[in-house]
Ligand binder design. Structure first.
Ligand SMILES: C[S@@+](CC[C@H](N)C(=O)[O-])C[C@H]1O[C@@H](n2cnc3c(N)ncnc32)[C@H](O)[C@@H]1O
Length: 332
């Protein structure tokens, strides 16, 4: 692609890990959208049922209540802060210091005392002892690390024998023709914005992400792009040349995004005794939400939980074809 070639040659991006590229800059990694963590639970919303389904998915697939869990890459505290009330202890490990700070603040605000959040250097070994966790949750996070396979090896090391890993991930199959490239623009402060670009190689399972920081308000950049919600196709070489004098820094990160087949192959290869691709609790909860009429659908959280929990338990034990890039449970 012409645009990416120009960025490489002209802006000489500095290589970095994704925590530096994106997660350290975000006040909320979820845009403050998470039920319970940022919004009161609302049983009339499908997305809130889905979130409860995902929470019980991670809890049940890692062995249920009263365990010691590691949550790898918790972002705003998901799922750590939601599973914490059911567990003995949760440790959230994130290489982004900003994310750890946000998780700690969220735990404090929610009155959660059995969740601890710690940081480490992205490419280092995980700062946790051998055989120390009953379960590990990893939601859309391992593929953000510089070397996902080595993270799985670390998970195997720190799980106790019989311990369970539950992982969901961003596979690239979801990005169809025309969506291999993408652009997002965020404001860092009133005078500075950041262009995030994604160049996805779907068959080879990797993504190159660029972050171009500009000394320019977001609004001004949108005006130059000629759209309030621009897509990658709005970004032209002539626009990049125009804004080049305002570029403060350019960073680049290469991330590997394995498909379900690749994850399963790695997990077996690393010595996990069972590797089970399964259906998800989220989908089970959504199906139940849709099954009820608006008038009959339970609304308060305890009733929703009672309603979905048996279906979630079933889903996380029901095999799903790897071709669909499903959630995976791996047992040491
Ligand atoms: C897409 S977010 C997912 C957050 C959360 N689990 C969720 O599902 O909402 C990815 C998270 O992984 C973290 N991350 C990126 N690289 C990491 C690494 N090497 N080790 C641990 N966490 C990492 C990011 O800082 C971020 O919090």
């Amino acid at each position: 692609m012409e645009v990416f070639r120009w960025i490489e040659q002209q802006l000489t991006p500095q290589p970095c890990s994704t925590d530096v590229l994106i997660y350290d800059d975000m006040d909320s990694q979820s845009g403050y959208s998470l039920p319970i963590i940022y919004q009161p639970f609302d049983g009339t919303k499908e997305s809130h049922w889905a979130d409860r389904g995902s929470t019980y998915d991670f809890l049940d697939a890692t062995g249920g209540e009263n365990r010691t869990l590691l949550d790898f890459g918790p972002g705003d505290g998901w799922p750590s802060l939601l599973v914490a009330p059911f567990t003995r202890k949760v440790v959230g490990l994130d290489s982004s210091r900003k994310r750890v700070q946000v998780c700690r603040e969220n735990a404090r605000r929610l009155g959660i005392t059995n969740a601890e959040f710690i940081s480490y250097e992205a490419a280092a070994a995980l700062p946790l002892p051998h055989d120390s966790f009953d379960g590990i949750t990893a939601a859309s996070s391992v593929e953000q690390a510089p070397d996902p396979r080595s993270i799985l090896a670390e998970f195997h090391r720190i799980l106790r024998p019989g311990g369970r890993l539950r992982i969901c991930y961003e596979d690239l199959a979801r990005y169809q023709e025309g969506r291999q490239q993408a652009m997002w623009i965020s404001d860092l402060d009133q005078q500075t914005c950041k262009i995030l670009l994604y160049d996805r190689d779907i068959p080879c399972e990797y993504v190159i992400q660029y972050a171009i920081t500009l000394a320019m308000p977001r609004q001004e950049l949108l005006e130059r792009l000629g759209s309030r919600s621009p897509t990658f196709s709005h970004l032209t070489l002539s626009l990049l040349k125009q804004v080049e004098p305002m570029v403060v820094k350019t960073r680049r990160s290469r991330t590997i995004h394995p498909s379900g087949k690749t994850w399963a192959h790695w997990l077996k290869d690393l010595g996990f005794n069972q590797v089970m691709p399964t259906h998800s609790g989220k989908r089970a909860a959504i199906a139940m939400y849709r099954w009820f009429s608006d008038a009959k659908r339970p609304r308060n959280m305890a009733d929703v939980d009672d309603t979905i929990r048996p279906a979630v338990r079933l889903a996380v034990n029901l095999e799903c074809p790897l071709e669909l890039n499903p959630h995976i449970t791996a047992v040491k």
